[in-house]
Unconditional design. Structure first.
Length: 135
C-alpha cells in the first residue's frame, strides 16, 4: 500500500534556514573585534639586553623605544625628549598604565636616564625596561 503525504516535511523535503546562524556569526565577529586589545608597538627594531628576571609585557602599556643613536620612537614615529612628558601625562589622565622603555643595548645610559626622568615627570608610576629572558 502506498502512502500519500500532504506536506513537504513528511516527504523528506526539509529546508534549513541559515539566516539565524549567519546573524549569530556576525554578532560574534563584532563582539571579538570590539573587545580585542591591540598592543601598540614602537615601530622600530631594538636589540634588547638579556636579563634573568625578565617577564612578559603587559598588554595595556605605553611603549617608548630608544635606538642606538639616541633617537626616541613612539608609535612608529620619532619624538623629541621634550614631547615625552606630554605624551605620558595625556595617557595617565585617561588611564594609568605602566610605561615600558625598549632601549637598544648600544644606547647611552644617559639618554635612557633622561627618558626615564621625562616619563616620571609626566606622571608615570611604574616604568620598566624591556629585556629578553636569558635561556
Amino acid at each position: 500500500m502506498k502512502t500519500v503525504y500532504d506536506n513537504d516535511e513528511a516527504a523528506g523535503k526539509v529546508e534549513i534556514n541559515m539566516s539565524p546562524l549567519i546573524d549569530c556569526v556576525f554578532l560574534l565577529l563584532i563582539f571579538f573585534v570590539v573587545t580585542t586589545v591591540f598592543v601598540e608597538e614602537t615601530g622600530v627594531d631594538v636589540r634588547k639586553p638579556q636579563a634573568a628576571t625578565a617577564r612578559d609585557l603587559e598588554k595595556n602599556s605605553l611603549m617608548f623605544a630608544l635606538t642606538a643613536d639616541g633617537q626616541i620612537v613612539f608609535g612608529g614615529r620619532p619624538v623629541s625628549l621634550n614631547s615625552v612628558r606630554g605624551i605620558v601625562a595625556r595617557q595617565m589622565r585617561e588611564k594609568e598604565v605602566p610605561v615600558i622603555l625598549m632601549a637598544d643595548t648600544a644606547a647611552r645610559t644617559g639618554a635612557l636616564v633622561d627618558l626615564m626622568d621625562e616619563c616620571k615627570l609626566g606622571g608615570a608610576q611604574q616604568i620598566s625596561i624591556a629585556a629578553h629572558k636569558e635561556r
